[in-house]
Ligand binder design. Structure first.
Ligand SMILES: Nc1ncnc2c1ncn2[C@@H]1O[C@H](COP(=O)(O)OP(=O)(O)OP(=O)(O)O)[C@@H](O)[C@H]1O
Ligand SMILES: [Mg+2]
Length: 238
């Protein structure tokens, strides 16, 4: 650390999200305030239906909030249209899901190459970068395997390499270890934490597992759409 506060990857303020309207409206988030900086890993916990996935989707520019503000790298996304939100997402956010979401017919290297090509890389440079990213997540020897030939932990490493494609500043994981045994899941979380610690990105992982949450730098708990442990402000007290 150089003494400078780390750059914020994402900040939400007074965030509210209502699904639907009228009698069937669901208030999924209320007054949520949170900042996640590059270099840190945050664990998001809370009961089923408390709003964790919704918050992740708002932070990742997949859902527009119905109240409050979202800033990605200091830029308010409030005024952006759908296309600009998608561009923001493509450039700055990587997602990892519980169910991996890999194309069954693509090999690991093809998966990462495609992700890079969708971000505008030429196929030659994308191919080289894909190999590099797979080596970084410990899959150098599985480049040409399709998902059916990989274990759960290996599939999640492919998904992480895909999330890292193009070096996004924010990685969002929605229960990325829920389908894995504890030891494999721990490896996945330590991989993500290592990436954050290299100051490459901010990482937010949703988890129900307190052992996973304890590996994070910070734990935020959400209940019924509200944060229950207000964020500690690292710059306020020193
Ligand atoms: N598309 C939707 N339309 C209407 N309501 C929704 C929609 N998605 C989620 N909800 C509601 O919003 C609330 C928050 O849901 P969310 O999926 O964010 O919870 P979660 O904390 O991720 O739960 P889980 O731990 O089960 O994944 C819940 O009451 C849910 O029923
Ligand atoms: Mg969820």
């Amino acid at each position: 650390m150089n003494g400078q506060p780390a750059a914020e990857a994402v900040t939400v303020e007074e965030l509210g999200l209502v699904y639907g309207a009228g009698a069937t409206a669901v208030q999924a988030l209320t007054g949520v305030a949170l900042t996640v900086r590059r270099g840190e890993m945050l664990a998001l916990m809370g009961p089923s239906g408390s709003g964790k996935t919704t918050l992740l989707m708002v932070m990742g520019c997949l859902l527009r909030p119905t109240a409050g503000r979202v800033r990605i790298l200091g830029r308010d996304i409030g005024g952006l249209d759908q296309a600009a939100m998608a561009a923001m997402r493509l450039a700055h956010v990587g997602f990892v899901f519980q169910s991996y979401n890999l194309f069954p017919a693509l090999t690991a290297v093809e998966t990462i190459r495609l992700a890079l090509e969708l971000k505008g890389w030429s196929s030659a440079t994308a191919g080289e970068e894909a190999v590099r990213l797979l080596a970084e997540v410990g899959l150098a020897d599985k480049q040409h395997s399709i998902p059916a030939q990989l274990s759960g932990g290996q599939k999640q490493r492919v998904a992480i390499a895909r999330a890292l494609a193009g070096a996004p500043e924010l990685i969002l994981g929605d229960e990325p270890t829920a389908a894995l045994d504890w030891q494999t899941g721990q490896g996945i979380i330590l991989l993500l934490r290592g990436l954050a610690r290299q100051d490459r990105c901010a990482v937010v992982v949703v988890t129900h597992d307190p052992r996973v949450a304890e590996l994070a730098d910070r734990i935020v708990t959400i209940d019924d759409g509200r944060i229950c442990n207000p964020e500690r402000m690292p710059h306020a007290a020193s």
